[in-house]
Design a protein around this ligand. Structure first.
Ligand code: GLN
Length: 190
């Protein structure tokens, strides 16, 4: 069975741990580079991407995660996690891992529409997905190798590029384990 790590610096990493629990999986909390050892997939949770970035750099996790992806490890970023994975970040500009060929705008829905729950279609199954948006970013453009798995309001909200998966919403905050299961299937295929 795959071993999944969850970056546990700040934000809603506990909700991801519960999401994996529902699927019968334990997890490793990743705070320093050695915590990555033995994991095949790593989740970058929602929270504040600026804080994540700062601490990831201080702890050496920033480079370690890049190496992990380079060795074929799978990464799944939700909301702030998607911002960290992106090639290009705006609103304001900030450094990122650059592992996913998307351009993303932080807090893209503005402060008024801080949080919202939508239900929308996904390419992955017939049943719609419940999507919880919290100060969510907007994916403004995607590269050729990026597959859009779900859209909302004309923007991609769930995307995949090879071993990298990202959502601008929070699948860990709904009772539906579907997106986490999809990530596990991605690992099983690799
Ligand atoms: N607004 C946050 C950021 O820019 C992301 C919010 C979230 O992860 N729910 O980092």
């Amino acid at each position: 069975m795959a071993r999944i790590g969850i970056v546990a610096i700040q934000g809603d990493y506990q909700a991801h741990a519960k999401g994996l629990e529902r699927l019968g999986l334990g997890c490793t909390f990743v705070r320093r580079p050695p915590d990555i050892d033995g994991t095949q997939g790593i989740i970058l949770p929602g929270g504040e991407s600026t804080t994540h970035l700062k601490i990831m750099k201080e702890e050496g996790l920033f480079d370690a995660l890049k190496e992990f992806a380079g060795r074929g490890g799978a990464l799944f970023g939700t909301c702030a996690g998607a911002i960290l994975l992106a090639r290009d970040v705006r609103g304001p500009r900030q450094e990122s891992l650059g592992l996913l060929d998307i351009s993303i705008l932080r807090n893209g829905y503005g402060r008024q529409l801080a949080s919202d729950v939508h239900t929308g279609p996904t390419k992955l199954r017939n049943e719609p997905l419940e999507m919880v948006f919290i100060r969510a970013p907007i994916i403004e453009s995607i590269g050729e190798k990026v597959e859009v798995l779900a859209e909302d309001g004309g923007h991609p909200v769930l995307v995949r590029q090879a071993n990298i998966l990202a959502s601008t919403f929070h699948p860990e905050l709904t009772a539906d384990p579907f997106v986490h299961q999809y990530f596990l299937n991605m690992l099983a295929q690799r």
